[in-house]
Write a protein that binds this ligand. Structure first.
Ligand code: FE2
Length: 384
């Protein structure tokens, strides 16, 4: 099961070299959409438009012939977010929300051949979520198929090369009078899954063996720990590097780790955070703060020593400090990053905003400061 993993275990971020394209049995063009199941999609859509700067794209619900759910599709540059809410009690979406609260159900992957993606992955052991289906309307056709991943999360393969509609068949264009401006979010950089203690390797092997991904980098509890809590993580990437899925599991600490807190409140494994990229993080964060998004607090002392660690950067350190933006460097460049607080009342899903200036890594140098900040929040919740 783990051959693929050990071969590239300590590979130094040079993803393009890992795969011979001809052998990549699951070519993926990028993230197609991310679907969240939420308790009130109408209000969630308003939040993501106002606070995150998404725009209205498409809608499906009672008015379009659906009886059991409503979905709002939001867009910002290459990011498509689908917010779905159930309309009835006896409904798999209702069950999902009862158990998990609001959270990520679908990480949809854009492929050229959805049927082949389904066949190649199920043949290697993926459990089917649904068999390939062809959906049509006057704009053409879309082929989709789904497989299951950690917890109740799923991947849906989307083949849309014969489709010119606004989103998917069954959705109508959503024109709104309310159109807050963009905050500069561009694309999904990575999406992180939290799994139970002892299951990180199982899910890393799933992405290696079933999806053909490679392990870019591994963090153990020596990299990511404080006096109290720790986690371990393996970053899995597809062949062209457009899809990156770090998988976390809790590690032993004196008190409850942030991953255990997530697992307790989410009711099992699930997506912990969605990292979205921007070309101008100072602008993006200033806008998001103005619009009410809450971010983790970075201690002011972080900025006393950060430049000793990362060297010369082109941003004004005082501005980064005032916005709480963190910096890290690897062999190829540096990155700027910041994390929101959870975006729902359960301490589960949150967002990361990241700007890469050459660096292809994930901010290892910030883990310590970040963990201390997360623990301070956990202490306030009484869950440490
Ligand atoms: Fe991240």
């Amino acid at each position: 099961m783990t051959d693929n993993l050990t071969k590239v275990e300590n590979f130094n971020y040079g993803i393009e070299k890992i795969f011979d394209k001809a052998q990549d049995f699951l070519p993926i063009n990028g993230t197609d959409y991310v679907e969240l199941y939420v308790g009130n999609a109408k209000q969630a859509a308003h939040y993501y438009k106002t606070a995150f700067g998404f725009q209205s794209l498409a809608y499906a619900g009672l008015e379009t012939g659906l009886k059991d759910r409503t979905s709002y599709v939001l867009v910002q540059d290459k990011i498509r977010l689908v917010l779905t809410t159930p309309l009835t009690e006896n409904n798999t979406i209702s069950e999902h929300i009862k158990k998990h609260g609001d959270g990520v159900k679908v990480i949809a992957l854009w492929v050229d051949d959805a049927k082949k993606a389904f066949e190649e992955t199920t043949k290697r052991g993926a459990k089917a979520y649904f068999e390939p289906i062809v959906e049509k309307d006057s704009f053409g056709e879309v082929v989709r198929a789904g497989i299951k991943t950690y917890g109740e999360t799923v991947h849906i393969f989307v083949e849309r090369k014969n489709y010119t509609g606004v989103f998917l068949p069954g959705y109508e264009s959503w024109k709104s009078e309310y159109n807050p401006s963009s905050t500069g979010l561009k694309y999904i950089d990575h999406m992180v899954g939290n799994v139970e203690l002892g299951n990180m390797n199982k899910w890393a092997a799933f992405y290696a063996d079933v999806m053909g991904f490679a392990n870019l980098v591994t963090f153990d509890d020596k990299d990511i720990s404080t006096e109290y809590t720790a986690l371990m993580s393996k970053v899995m990437s597809n062949g062209n590097g457009r899809i990156k899925f770090p998988i976390n599991e809790p590690a032993m600490g004196k008190k409850k780790s942030q991953i255990e807190e997530y697992l307790d409140f989410y009711g099992g494994p699930g997506c912990q955070h969605i990292a979205v990229a921007t070309d101008d993080i100072v602008f993006t964060i200033a806008e998001m703060r103005k619009r009410g998004v809450e971010f983790l607090h970075v201690p002011g002392t972080y900025y006393d020593t950060v430049l000793d660690r990362v060297g010369i950067i082109s941003e004004d350190l005082q501005i980064l400090k005032s916005q709480g933006i963190m910096v890290d460097r690897d062999d190829e460049g540096y990155l700027l990053q910041i994390f929101t607080k959870p975006v729902e009342d359960r301490p589960t899903l949150f967002f990361e905003i990241i700007q890469r200036k050459g660096a292809k890594s994930f901010g290892k140098g910030n883990f310590q400061a970040l963990f201390e900040s997360i623990e301070a929040e956990q202490a306030r919740r009484g869950t440490l």
